[in-house]
Design a protein around this ligand. Structure first.
Ligand code: MLT
Ligand code: MN
Ligand code: ZN
Length: 299
């Protein structure tokens, strides 16, 4: 199985267009100290020919341009991406669908809950129904988006997308709106969980023994955004478990035996993004890789 991290940043990317926080400013001025990153997406293939895109980021045009394996290679119009899977309805995971118009057939997969929010928004009808098939997938039921690739969706603690928040917001609920994906090919397993509000015993049991884990790295501490002075929201309020501190994922997952541990969906306020920061060294000493765009895994 080949896995390419197309975008390793959370919503907004790095640098974020309107942000002058020290990390965004360093990404602009010293990219060797803070690598710029695009928004959250990966591509997966069993044969290196046909690819599954997991989440369609607003930066998809640049991501496809930067990834030769995803360039058209036959006839006049062609795309190696044959299927797209959504793990939630966040803007950073669905806005890129609009870039995938132009009459190119593929199948769009997601839970009914996630596809409902896409179906309810008519702008996505630019993906004509007779060209792009939308297929709702039940959780815990394995399906094959491409020959040789098996995917199982499972609920993780989360919340509805920011743009669908209303009264009675239930943070940490395990519903169809935020899922993880277990992706298998040739006996190898990848767990992709870019959004997760809390590490539970059920989640730990689920991911035990995987060859690679790509996990929610939005914030280092629950109050990153407040410390950075850019906002008042905690990680919990955004549906993202912190790496460190109370309930931190690094400690919570320390006793789970698995292959590579890689953080993705990293917000531009997260200090681990600074290559020479002590926080970065600490995360690496704990056995984690801070994901970056273009990072490729051969599992
Ligand atoms: C998130 O991951 O919390 C969302 O992407 C936030 C957003 O939609 O901007
Ligand atoms: Mn996001
Ligand atoms: Zn910033």
């Amino acid at each position: 199985m080949r896995v390419v991290i197309l975008g390793s940043a959370a919503g907004g990317g790095l640098p974020q267009w309107n942000c002058r926080c020290p990390i965004c400013e360093t990404a602009r001025r010293q990219p060797e100290r803070v690598r710029p990153r695009t928004q959250s997406s990966i591509a997966v293939s069993a044969d290196g020919t046909d690819w599954l895109l997991v989440n369609a980021s607003p930066d998809i045009r640049q991501q496809l341009s930067d990834t030769p394996a995803l360039h058209p290679r036959e006839g006049l119009r062609h795309a190696p991406i044959k299927a797209v899977l959504l793990t939630n309805g966040d803007v950073d995971h669905v806005a890129g669908l609009l870039t995938l118009r132009e009459g190119q057939p593929f199948t769009l997969y997601g839970t009914a809950g996630i596809l409902d929010s896409v179906n309810a928004n008519r702008v996505f009808d630019v993906l004509a129904a007779d060209v792009v098939k939308r297929e709702a997938i039940a959780m815990e039921r394995s399906f094959a988006p491409l020959p040789g690739l098996t995917v199982t969706l499972f609920a993780v603690p989360g919340k509805v997308p920011l743009w669908l928040e209303g009264d009675g917001l239930d943070i940490g609920a395990e519903t169809e709106t935020t899922v993880g994906a277990m992706i298998e090919a040739g006996g190898r397993r990848l767990a992709y969980i870019p959004g997760c509000a809390r590490v539970t015993e059920r989640l730990k049991a689920r991911i035990a023994g995987v060859d690679a884990l790509l996990f929610d790295g939005t914030v280092l501490y629950d109050d990153d955004m407040i410390r950075a002075g850019v906002g008042t929201k905690t990680g919990w309020r955004m549906g993202h478990v912190p790496m460190r501190g109370e309930h931190g994922s690094v400690d919570a997952l320390a006793d789970v035996a698995l292959g590579r541990r890689i953080f993705v969906h990293i917000n531009n306020t997260n200090p681990v993004l600074v290559e020479d920061a002590p926080e970065r060294a600490g995360i690496e000493a704990a056995g984690w890789v801070v994901g970056h765009d273009g990072l490729e895994l051969n599992l």
